[in-house]
Design a protein around this ligand. Sequence first.
Ligand code: FAD
Length: 517
Amino acid sequence: MGTSPLLKLLVITLLAGIKTRSSDPAALRSTSLLSIPLHGQFTFDDISKAATDFGNRVHHVPSAVLHPGSVADVAATTRRVFQLGPNSKLTIAARGRGHSLHGQAQAPDGIVVRMESLRRAQTMWVHTGQEPYVDAPGGELWIDLLRETLKQGLAPKSWTDYLHLTVGGTLSNAGISGQAFRHGPQISNVRQLEVVTGKGDIMNCSAEANADLYHAVLGGLGQFGIITRARIELEPAPKMVKWMRVLYSDFRSFTEDQEMLVSAENTFDYIEGFVIINRSGILRNWGSSFSTQFPAQASQFVSEGKTLFCLEMAKNFDPTNPEKMKQEMVELLSRLRYIPYTLFKTEVSYLEFLDRLHSSERKLRSKGLWEVPRPWLNLLVPRSSVHFFADNVFGKIITDTSNGPILLYPMNRSNWDNRTSAVIPNEDVFYLVAFLSSTPASSGQNSFEAVLKQNEKILKLCESANIQTKQYLPHYTKLEEWRDHFGSRWEAFQRRKQDYDPLAILAPGHRIFHKAM
Ligand code: FAD
């Protein structure tokens, strides 16, 4: 006899670790929070949803979800929680799209602020002129921001690989992609912010006014304030993009070429890379979206059992003058040492290029493979250690990449502002190495537990070899680990917390600071 649907639901819920709870406004009623006049509203029937995120591992149920109808709603709620003082356990987490991995946008028994509601109440302003910019709500999705700025022929300069993330969410981390080598992370391209601090004050800040708050909030993991508006620099939007991939079998040539490209004046507009271990039919798969001059060799190319490195590049171009782009490309490609017949290329619009991951999302969603556990590990590895790291990880700790891609690309430290809260390795060039595993399987070598063990091995390797890596989208469980992460900047991070969120009300999901009780 089959298992009853009710039992199945119970088992699934227990496995997912979601503490289901009936809505209970009473917890807030005693705090007088529900009597605050709001443009938006508190809800209680969606608390389980606010206890989930992309990582699918951590599920902390809040007491309520605030759907703010104005910035004043965010400020009034935060101020009231601040006024309750240290004896109240209430905390507040801004939630963008909930694309965090470890409950960073959750607030156990607290209030989750759905920033997407605020985005509907606020308008986006695109300012044209000599130094164009867009004023965008903190809960705006980058894809919608892009669509709006493209109407004026403009676009932001620095991106993430995936655009269905919010402005406030990525600016709380850094926001990196293949343009960061030139423009820095997204946090290097913000002129001004409007922020609600942990005391409930609405403050405007920039490099000129309230500069400490401005720098604290950028890359600040939501610890110092809720970003309700951001002024983001724009540039004339490219129309078309030549998008290319080539393969290397030798890690040294691959990274030397990447480093040459990210330091050159005339270079590609986007430079990334990824590691492919023991995958079959790589070039055949590329053939469905890219074209090659050498289909016969490509179809015979054997990728099984090999560790390969893909350099991914893009060159923006004006379709009315494709010749210029072609000449530049020929010159740039002639400087690279990839396996000759592995050059694959295509041409797409700028919007299609930037939103390239969305079609994969749709496919995965249709197969039920989007909402699965994601034991991701993102590391920033100093250039001086990247060869040791690769020698000991690829093919040894990681023996295939069937669980998901491993991104690997360099960035220049000079484009990061060390006054912000973002933490990066102390070398001129460092690499993002992103292990982006998905684990639908519940057992075996591709299971969630197996991948967690691999991640631990990688972290232990870095520790025992004293490689000064930094986690990107950091996750730690102990205070000492957070101190190590921030290193010499810990004192400043702590002082800023004291100044802007002294009761540790904001972003409790990172578990850096704890509200005193
Ligand atoms: P959430 O996960 O909702 O929030 C993240 C943190 O920021 C939480 O602590 C939250 O409390 C806080 N927060 C949210 N909104 C605000 C706000 N308005 N003000 C203050 N604090 C706030 N990152 C990259 O840099 N580059 C990439 O290429 C990239 N690719 C990704 C691809 C996918 C498929 C996914 C799922 C994530 C990717 N990320 C990438 C990571 C992404 O930057 C983080 O997930 C980030 O948290 C943004 O997601 P979100 O907007 O849903 O924010």
